[in-house]
Design a protein around this ligand. Structure first.
Ligand code: SF4
Ligand code: SF4
Length: 183
């Protein structure tokens, strides 16, 4: 019968009209993200980072720039290079997470935040100083082992670098000993 479709449509409208709202007035209110959400604010643990630049090589867009100190502060094996620059251009990032997957030392993690909008593209580049300052609340994406240790970024607590990896922190002294023996 003509008009049935209209009545059905109105019924759907009425049903949704009476439902409690599940949207919030952002930015006054915001909804918590999933712990494995791939957020904008990358978390970098300098203590775990060797400056190997695997993350930069894995990035399909080439938007990670790493400069290490060539002065010999570190030896080629068994120690780490001092990182002078570590910039990530968020304006071009597609949050694929390949850089995080490619990091052999669990030093780089996706962040858990999403409020890093800026007016200018150049302000979307995260320089190393900012990476150092950023709160260490990594997403548990690609690192579900952190969840098994009881960590959840939504709890608001920062995660120390010793607990941020799938692997134990490398024993630099042992690596040095081995290197010296092998020479
Ligand atoms: S998330 Fe993807 S695009 Fe973004 S920096 Fe990492 S590898 Fe590059
Ligand atoms: S974040 Fe990881 S992959 Fe990137 S330079 Fe540091 S240790 Fe290497």
């Amino acid at each position: 019968m003509y008009g049935i479709g209209v009545l059905k449509g109105m019924a759907v409208t009425l049903k949704n009209f009476l439902r409690p709202s599940f949207t919030v007035q952002y930015p006054e209110e915001s909804l918590p993200q999933h712990p494995r959400f791939r957020g904008q604010d990358f978390v970098w643990y300098e203590e775990r980072c060797t400056g190997c630049a695997s993350c930069a090589k894995y990035c399909p867009l080439g938007i990670i720039r790493i400069v290490t100190d060539p002065s010999g502060v570190a030896t080629p094996q068994g120690d780490k290079y001092k990182v002078l620059a570590f910039d990530i251009d968020l304006g071009r990032c597609m949050y694929c997470g390949l850089c995080v997957e490619g990091c052999p030392y669990d030093a780089l993690h996706m962040g858990s935040g999403f409020e890093r909008a800026r007016y200018r593209r150049q302000e979307l580049v995260i320089p190393v100083e900012e990476l150092r300052r950023m709160p260490k609340r990594p997403s548990t994406w690609f690192r579900p082992q952190m969840e098994t240790k009881g960590y959840d970024p939504r709890m608001g607590k920062e995660l120390p670098w010793q607990e941020a990896g799938r692997h134990e922190a490398p024993d630099v002294e042992k690596m040095k000993e081995r290197w010296v023996k092998e020479r």
